[in-house]
Design a protein around this ligand. Sequence first.
Ligand code: ADP
Length: 241
Amino acid sequence: MGYNPAIELNRLSYHYPDGRCALKEISWQVQPDEIVGLIGPNGAGKSTLFLCLAGVLKPSAGEIRVAGLNPTLAADRKILPSQLGIIFQNPDDQLFCPTIGEDVAFGPLNLGLSLPEVQQRVQQSLEQVNLLGYENRVPFQISGGEKRRAALAGVLAMQPKILLLDEPTMFLDPRGRRELRDLLTKISGTKIIASHDLRFIHKLCTRITLLSEGKMVADGSPDILLDQDLLEYHGLEGLDA
Ligand code: ADP
């Protein structure tokens, strides 16, 4: 595993083309296997941060390393999906093939793996998310919870060391939330979970990072979620709200 942090940001700033400053000099290190809850009100910069980590947006200033890779370099960006997986807010944005099996196979096929290896990864990741036997199911005919897990299977099939999850409990009922929480506990690796669902975050995360107006305003133990005044000041509701 080495001693490298999973994620390292050094004074990362990002301005959108219209001049809006979405991230302001963020310095942040995440160690392998940490489970970080990324919280903050709407517009805090959480999605922008994910897009910078994934190499979709190029920082205006500062440095990014993800599993030692620099997402601003084309050569590193090519390898990035085997190290970093993103689960989007809405699984409908992620599932685009006619069947679940094809969807999960898409990434491994792009890695250039042999067909038997692809098949093995598809089976393995469907099993991990409790969707064995769903290979021929059609994405729009399964439940919200199943869609979320199918999207996760597609990312797990790439065997990334780091997972970014954007509002993973959106559209889930209480059972779906519980299943997802159990699943994320079982999956090894570094996880960054951006969410307004503070109860979910509190049960799962080993660390909390609070973003507000593009700045990191708190970073530390999950006890941050018990600081009612801090949360309210930054437009969030406390755990017992
Ligand atoms: P969050 O995910 O925490 O809700 P975002 O990263 O979406 O926050 O947004 C951070 C800031 O950047 C906000 O002020 C938002 O209005 C702005 N922003 C987001 N996307 C764009 C865009 N495409 N163009 C201009 N400003 C944007």
